[in-house]
Design a protein. Sequence first.
Length: 609
Amino acid sequence: MSSQIRNIAIIAHVDHGKTTLVDQLLRQSGNFRENQQIAERAMDSMDLEREKGITIKAKNTSISYEGNTINIVDTPGHADFGGEVERVMKMVDGVLLLVDAYDGPQAQTRFVLRKALQEGLRPVVVINKIDRENSDPDSVHDKVLELFLELEASDEQFNAPFVYASAKNGFATLSLEDPRVDMKPLYKTILDHCPAPEAYPEEPFRMLVSNIDWDKYVGRVAVGKILSGKVEAGKWFYRIREDGSRERGKVTKIFEYAGTGTTRESEAGVAGNIVGISGWESVQIGETVALEETQEALPFVAIDPPTIQMQFAVNDGPLAGTEGKLVTSRQIRDRLEQEAKMNVSLQITDSAESTVFNVAARGAMQIAVLVETMRREGFELLVSRPSVITKKEGEGPTLEPYETAWIEVDEQDVGGVMKSLANRRGKIENMEPHAGGTTIEASIPTRGLIGFEFELVNMTSGRGVCSHLFKEYGEWAGALATRHTGTLVSTEQGMATGYSLMALEDRGRLFVKPGETVYSGQIVGENPRTDDMPVNPTKAKQLTNVRAAGSDKNVMLAPPIVFDLERAIEYIEPDEFVEATPESLRLRKKILDPNVRQRAKKREQALSD
């Protein structure tokens, strides 16, 4: 049976077309009725994935083609979700490396390919979007081969087959001169060049848990590739934890993946297939499920450690509890622990304060997605600015994480971008001009990249693109300032008035509009100078017999700056929080009382002196 199974992962840089390609493979596999409706980006089931246009969670599906079963894992393309990519490498035997025919290999292309090659997986290269204007598939072909050499691919991996495709228009060809009809050449290449899973049907059952799914009837579902034997519903098996302890449990249901990521129940799962099994309430990624108590646990792929840390805290502001239902430290802690079990690249630890938790991850976007998900579930919480995780060995120097950044900009923007990188302690490694502008390669501290992408958007009017990849831990680069402005901080609680905000417009850009409720310590605007300015946004005009109350209705204010969650998190300074609720995002000082805040600032200055 395993000879008729292919387990593959689709890997690529963000926005190179992975999910669209899966859509086409599903549509043309013959697994659906001709009139059956299949949603665009069918594998992106999370609301946030559809809104952002990216894949966040790795997902399984399966198609049948000419009597063969092709199990497909759609993986994220953003570096912050690299843990999702790493953990599925143990489930598959081959990869489809998708590369844009215009952009060529990017930062995440390098990252995911390196992980696949290290696992010994055989790639099939798909050069996508060959119908895109100004695409250059021949040049991209050569760049991919150069990347194989750079990443020390084996001879077998280097001789990977190339397929040229347009996932959007539903065709694939083995050469650029072939007729562009359908996806059959890609199906055939997968079956011919991706190996069948190495499985041992005669040995006792073993499976490594590489992902966790959820079923509303049976709860947690352990997903993985069956290495040996078979699993049957109703029989007893052992869950082998990370510490080697064992828990006996009965498999209640077996799921096989099919169609648009949905599952079908099965009586038994055979060696080589990717299945989901239920029966343990707290099963975790990286554990082994085995038939016999004496069997050894399977090794799990090492996950790169997180480099960014943020604090999650209970909302202690005056508006706490007015917009969300889940507000206590216990509720926040339980939710974070639940997330850590589902996401192996997240680490949750307690802080010195019982109401504050440290969350470590790959990047700010990964944590922002978690916060946004919690907001939609009804949570209220405070989130700090990201800080990097440093290392220090013995008496040696303090080390911090560095990244390699690739920035693509128009020629007229090169000078401004280079100046910004220098201010952030970045060092230019290479500059490569091309038809669309210039690609700048730089080595930069991870903390120097915090907020850089938003600055790049402003500097280049939205045309600049930044990709980055963890490089190494190096010596602390010294102090750097990523925000060169101060803030307007409210001294009063109440409703912001047009009369007061009109006066404040002369002092800086506003974050609130008339009618919004504000409180003391809330950041209501940006001060062009570097210091914080106390303001009263709630002041009302004193009425006289000459001026009537209605005369304020014609106050004309510029629209306030509206932050999304990612921008807000990267905008704030270390002494500030983002207050995230189901209805609002507010920026505020960690210490709301201005007198206490001033004393704390003086103490900090005295210690630094």
